[in-house]
Design a protein around this ligand. Structure first.
Ligand SMILES: NC(=O)CC[C@H](N)C(=O)O
Length: 194
């Protein structure tokens, strides 16, 4: 089997941790800073951070169109926290989306001021019964399109969803030692590569 090569969009946010997790899960991982670096990737992670900042940088460096093409070529993309907001087709209270690739409606900063950051253990379908999820000013997924799947909910709110080759998590899967969600994403990449 040829090794999988996964990129982590490295404009802002938690990049190094994702790279380390992917490597521990058996892939080759690179921090992506230039659009040309997307060319030989099998999959891409868009990390957490600040969605408006990442979006501005994506426009500035030509990633908006390049990542849209990447997704439209059916290459898997995993958006975590701000990355999920960037992937979404719709953002609650905002007219425009960013990449607009994944059929979900997201709500930003959805857990309120009292609960800005917290960690909970929850079941994630097809991933783990006891997945540790770290939330930091997290969004949640209000709606999933008709072909989408809900993989996890916390307090009745959807926090992990899949729509074909797109995966979104409201939390930060790179901030624990648990790489099962990264493994799940690598299985998706394998599925779409053949
Ligand atoms: N940890 C995060 O990625 C936070 C997301 C951030 N609140 C946003 O709206 O972009």
């Amino acid at each position: 089997m040829i090794a999988m090569k996964i990129g982590v969009l490295a404009l802002q946010g938690a990049v190094a941790e994702h790279v380390r997790m992917l490597e521990e899960a058996g892939a080759t991982a690179v921090a992506v800073k230039k659009v040309e670096e997307l060319d030989d990737l099998d999959g891409l992670i868009i990390p957490g951070g600040e969605s408006t900042t990442i979006s501005k940088l994506m426009h500035k460096y030509g990633f908006m169109e390049a990542v849209r093409e990447f997704g439209k070529a059916r290459k898997p993309i995993f958006g975590t926290c701000a990355g999920a907001i960037l992937l979404a087709k719709r953002i609650s209270g905002q007219e425009d989306s960013h990449l607009g690739l994944m059929d979900i409606l997201v709500e930003r900063n959805a857990f309120g001021r009292q609960k800005e950051s917290f960690e909970v253990t929850m079941p994630v379908a097809g991933v783990a019964a006891d997945y540790p999820a770290v939330f930091i000013r997290a969004p949640y997924i209000r709606e999933v399109g008709e072909n989408g799947e809900v993989l996890a909910k916390y307090e009745e709110k959807i926090v992990v969803a899949r729509d074909g080759h797109y995966l979104a998590a409201a939390f930060h899967p790179e901030l624990t030692e648990d790489n099962r969600l990264h493994r799940y994403f690598l299985d998706m990449v394998k599925e779409y590569r053949s």
